[in-house]
Design a protein. Structure first.
Length: 247
């Protein structure tokens, strides 16, 4: 009888100890470290960044309407109390997306000992000059460099890291115009915007597939919209340095 009760007592301790391990926390860790969870996070962060691109481009295109409209938008944006929260959220999304990109690339490389003799694409032949899905990591690196130059010119402009620090009385429109007229910035922005378009051409539709949105009826339409979305974003951003550099 003593052994029987002792055995029951030990079983109860095991159950209690397992119950105190917080199953929800274990589930989150397993989700983040699993390949499926990482793909879902990759897709969600990618879609979040696509939403940011739409909003950012909409604000930048106000430069075409004139200095007053753009300055009003810039002042409204920077006077918002939610701006630090939004910037922190964007920063975290960028970090998670970049880390998952490196993790996925390393996993795909280590999963095979030799490279493919021939790569095939699900995209129709001749639809694009290049196949964006084969260059996602490379285009991502270029976009990261583009982002670094952009942040140096805009976010940390007061430090004078690359261009001359703007005077205190300089308006947001005047500063943006000075950046766009700089030859190095203009070239980087044009190339970076076009490469960003190549990245989005596959990344936008891939993000939806990563979160489980895949259907034979809707996937072809999503693929076409992804290319349309990429072209609009790329040409929208690239048009600014081209137009204001020569006008």
């Amino acid at each position: 009888p003593g052994n029987f009760f002792q055995g029951n007592h030990l079983s109860e301790e095991r159950i209690l100890s397992q119950g105190n391990r917080s199953p929800s926390k274990n589930w989150v860790i397993r989700f983040i470290t699993s390949s499926v969870g990482q793909k879902i996070l990759m897709g969600l962060t990618g879609l979040g960044l696509c939403g940011f691109l739409v909003g950012h481009l909409s604000g930048n295109l106000l430069m075409y309407k004139g200095e007053g409209h753009y300055n009003e938008y810039a002042h409204f944006l920077h006077s918002s109390e939610l701006l630090p929260v939004i910037e922190l959220g964007l920063f975290l999304m960028f970090i998670v997306h970049i880390l998952l990109a490196f993790t996925t690339a390393r996993t795909n490389t280590s999963a095979r000992d030799v490279t493919y003799a021939e790569k095939q694409s699900k995209l129709p032949l001749g639809m694009l000059i290049i196949t964006p899905h084969n260059f996602m990591f490379a285009t991502g690196i270029v976009v990261l460099i583009f982002l670094g130059v952009h942040l140096t010119d805009m976010k940390f402009a007061d430090l004078g890291l690359r261009l001359k620090a703007p005077a205190p009385e300089t308006t947001p429109f005047q500063h943006s115009l000075a950046v766009l007229k700089d030859p190095i910035s203009a070239a980087v922005y044009v190339v970076g915007s076009l490469v960003l378009g190549v990245h989005l051409a596959h990344g936008f539709q891939s993000a939806f597939r990563s979160i489980g949105f895949s259907h034979p009826k809707y996937s072809p339409c999503l693929g076409k919209f992804s290319i349309f979305f990429a072209i609009v974003i790329a040409l929208g951003f690239a048009s600014l340095p081209i137009w204001f550099h020569f006008n």
